[in-house]
Design a protein around this ligand. Sequence first.
Ligand code: FES
Ligand code: FES
Length: 152
Amino acid sequence: MALYNINVNGESHQVDVDPDTPILWVLRDNLRLLGTKYGCGIAHCGVCTVHLDGDAIRSCAYPISAIDNKKIVTIEGLSEAGDHPVQKAWIAHDVPQCGYCQAGQIMTAASLLAQNSNPSDDEIRRAMNGNLCRCATYTRINRAIKTAAKDM
Ligand code: FES
Ligand code: FES
């Protein structure tokens, strides 16, 4: 075990965990931030996506020892009132079906739009490619990202 000082959603925390503990488990088990979900556990489904200094990363496959003072943002910290442009567009387009993948989808979309406020269809497809949705909400996700882009 080792002590790590981490910044999550603007708050500092100290956690005592093994160095190879994935960020996902620190978020869920130590900090009880349950919005970030577990799916495949091998960086293939995107359901566990959070931001690390703004970049979308797979928290299931990213060890706590590698965060290097970078700031983590989870779906809980994306906006104070759930009114980030991506979240508003998700509601406007009624995107979620079962909802399980959606926190990861939103975090990937928010990271994309922070880095590219007017992405093409191809750029959206590439950015969202690693986020799987077993309910196949992809068409609505694409529309919502285009709506959110106008609001960024
Ligand atoms: S649970 Fe992390 S990518 Fe699937
Ligand atoms: S909404 Fe059900 S898995 Fe995506």
